[in-house]
Design a protein around this ligand. Structure first.
Ligand code: AMP
Ligand code: ZN
Length: 114
């Protein structure tokens, strides 16, 4: 999608610190990290919000979650713990309308979230 920030990151038109990429998903460091480890796992295909996920996308979302777990493990957080978050629309604080899974680790994370 032409005006989408994360589509531009997928296409390499905007620089980012990519930590993983394949045909389906890309993972890159959040530009404004909220924890010592904060990466975003996004599909390479544009999907605006979780509300736009259909049954055909379930395997893709599973791949995103699997990649989040793999990245947490590779960086030493599997046992310590980490948090994965999808924000959907305004009240959840979604600001980039290309779905992405936040993976946060490296500090104690409060609950409930703010
Ligand atoms: P959300 O509020 O859930 O939509 O999350 C969007 C996230 O994208 C925020 O945590 C931002 O810090 C992050 N972000 C915005 N622009 C960039 C960028 N150019 N590269 C990496 N992360 C970004
Ligand atoms: Zn996009």
């Amino acid at each position: 999608m032409a005006d989408c920030l994360f589509c531009k990151i997928v296409a390499g038109q905007i620089p980012s610190a990519v930590v993983y990429q394949d045909d389906q998903v890309v993972a890159f460091r959040d530009i404004n990290p909220q924890a010592p480890f904060h990466v975003l796992v996004a599909p390479t295909r544009h999907i605006a919000t979780l509300n736009d996920i259909g049954p055909d996308d379930h395997a893709l979302v599973g791949a995103m979650i699997g990649r989040a777990a793999a990245l947490a493990a590779e960086n030493g957080y599997a046992q310590r713990g980490y948090r994965t978050v999808f924000n959907c629309n305004a009240e959840a604080g979604q600001t980039v309308f290309h779905i992405h899974l936040h993976v946060l680790a490296g500090r104690s994370l409060g609950w409930p979230p703010g």
